[in-house]
Design a protein around this ligand. Structure first.
Ligand code: KMT
Ligand code: NI
Length: 180
């Protein structure tokens, strides 16, 4: 697969690390993702430490902060509970910007009608989720993802689990969906 693939999820609550495709598969296009404020770039992750394309994105969008997280049972302390908490449906007051440097992972986002879309990310995929969107994250069955986390200015890690509908940022996000 070149670039990300996304699809509507089934309703099954079994293992979060499985693909959970509908049968037949119901794909979601990049354009559909843009309509809910989710944007995507493909980069060369082999050169992330000195990549002019990444530099350009960071400069233009003000992504001054960055760190790298390795999500793997041997690398991330408290692996199981973190994988569990990343999968709680939540929102943030800032955009969530993630660049997959190695491995694979799923980001799930809610569409306008509150249906789950699963976005399959692998090495070289950079995604931005808008502040106020309900989402969640999981590794797949490989249990391995290395990701760069980017922020505009100081990192804002706090996750507000659903329901978190009273935040102005949530209201602004819901409003933004009405005009697209
Ligand atoms: C989040 O807020 O959903 C996360 O930080 C997910 C883990 S980072 C790849
Ligand atoms: Ni998040």
């Amino acid at each position: 697969m070149c670039g990300i693939e996304a699809w509507y999820m089934d309703e099954s609550i079994e293992d979060q690390k499985l693909p959970h495709r509908l049968n037949p598969n119901q794909p979601v296009s990049l354009k559909q993702l843009e309509q809910i404020g989710v944007y995507y770039w493909k980069l060369n992750a082999d050169i992330y430490e000195n990549d002019p394309e990444l530099e350009k994105i960071r400069e233009e969008r003000g992504y001054s902060y960055m760190d790298i997280i390795t999500i793997h049972p041997d690398k991330l302390p408290d692996y199981e509970s973190k994988v569990k908490s990343f999968f709680e449906e939540h929102l943030h007051l800032d955009d969530e910007i993630r660049y997959i440097l190695d491995g694979t992972a799923y980001f799930d986002v809610r569409d306008k009608d509150d249906r789950w879309i699963r976005i399959s990310m692998s090495k070289g995929d950079l995604i931005t989720l808008p502040a106020g969107i309900y989402h969640r994250f999981t590794v797949d069955e490989t249990n391995y993802a290395k990701a760069m986390r980017l922020f505009i200015g100081e990192p804002v890690w706090k996750a507000y689990n659903r329901p978190a509908d009273d935040f102005d940022i949530r209201k602004a996000y819901v409003n933004s969906l009405k005009c697209s």
